[in-house]
Ligand binder design. Structure first.
Ligand SMILES: NC(=O)c1ccc[n+]([C@@H]2O[C@H](COP(=O)([O-])OP(=O)(O)OC[C@H]3O[C@@H](n4cnc5c(N)ncnc54)[C@H](OP(=O)(O)O)[C@@H]3O)[C@@H](O)[C@H]2O)c1
Length: 256
């Protein structure tokens, strides 16, 4: 992959993994555009990194995404790389009828429907690029579900299968499809779960994750499995019951 002078859109770039990836692309002289729902979070990032371009845009809002596509076309003449990174994780007890159904539906929309939406609307711009790539940020949990976050695990596994499937469709159009399957990473999203406190799943820093991503992405790797994600992939094939039980000693969430 070309390493500089690319126009890169990162959804959910105001925090955690998206922000670390944004910094990595900027360090390597790329034009970076980030989105998020909270304008104040985006503005705080822009204060620290004046070169970054910010757009307040919710990936689950179809109209907002179409406006984003038009604005980017007008301002930048299109993008070369789309990184579907925005995501949320809810801890849910499916056995409790008072759980929040609306929140779970929204989780599916943000984590799974939105990458499909973003690719659909940005496809013409990607087809116009000579160095196009789609990067989907799924999770090591795409290999082994984490029962405390059942909807999240389902969306990440769906995203994994969708990514594998569309790689074959986009190849004839010279759009490279890459999947980043992070392990537990030290971000606000992970702080909401009990996983970060599990000794076997010590969180990786977002900066380390971005370093690994950059090395493997620029080397042309299609499925990037940093840290424990590599083991989860292996174990899901060779000892699926064992790894499932290891990950789910506390299956029902104790936090809300
Ligand atoms: N942290 C981990 O352990 C881990 C592990 C595996 C995979 N991942 C995946 O990595 C990705 C990034 O997560 P993170 O850990 O960096 O979380 P994070 O720090 O909470 O960041 C999430 C980002 O997504 C944005 N976002 C959320 N919903 C959005 C929406 N509807 N439209 C636009 N932007 C939205 C947030 O900004 P606003 O709230 O302002 O919208 C924020 O910028 C996610 O897809 C996550 O599933 C994380």
């Amino acid at each position: 992959m070309k390493q500089s002078n690319q126009k890169v859109l990162i959804t959910g770039g105001s925090s955690g993994i998206g922000l670390a990836l944004a910094k990595k692309f900027m360090e390597n002289n790329n034009t970076v555009i980030i989105t998020g729902r909270s304008l104040s979070k985006l503005e705080a990032v822009q204060k620290d990194f004046p070169k970054i371009n910010i757009f307040q845009s919710d990936v689950s809002d179809d109209t907002a995404v179409r406006i984003l596509v038009d604005d980017i076309q007008e301002k930048f003449g299109g993008i070369d790389i789309l990184i579907n990174n925005a995501g949320v994780m809810n801890l849910v007890d499916a056995g409790n009828e008072s759980n929040d159904l609306q929140k779970q539906m929204q989780e599916i929309d943000i984590n799974y429907n939105s990458p499909i939406r973003l690719l659909h609307y940005f496809l013409p711009q990607l087809k116009n690029s000579k160095n196009a790539a789609l990067v989907n940020v799924s999770s090591g949990l795409a290999y082994v579900p984490f029962s405390q976050a059942p909807v999240y695990s389902g969306t990440k596994s769906a995203l994994h299968f969708w990514t594998k499937s569309i790689r074959l469709h986009l190849k004839p159009h010279n759009i490279k499809v890459v999947e980043l399957l992070p392990p537990v990473v030290d971000t606000p999203l992970a702080h909401g779960a009990d996983i970060a406190e599990n000794d076997n799943l010590k969180p990786m820093s977002p900066e380390k994750l971005a370093d690994i991503f950059w090395k493997e992405f620029t080397n042309g790797k299609e499925e990037i499995t940093p840290g424990i994600s590599k083991q989860l992939k292996f174990m899901s094939r060779f000892a699926p019951k064992f790894i499932f039980n290891q990950l789910n000693k506390q299956a029902v969430p104790t936090k809300k």
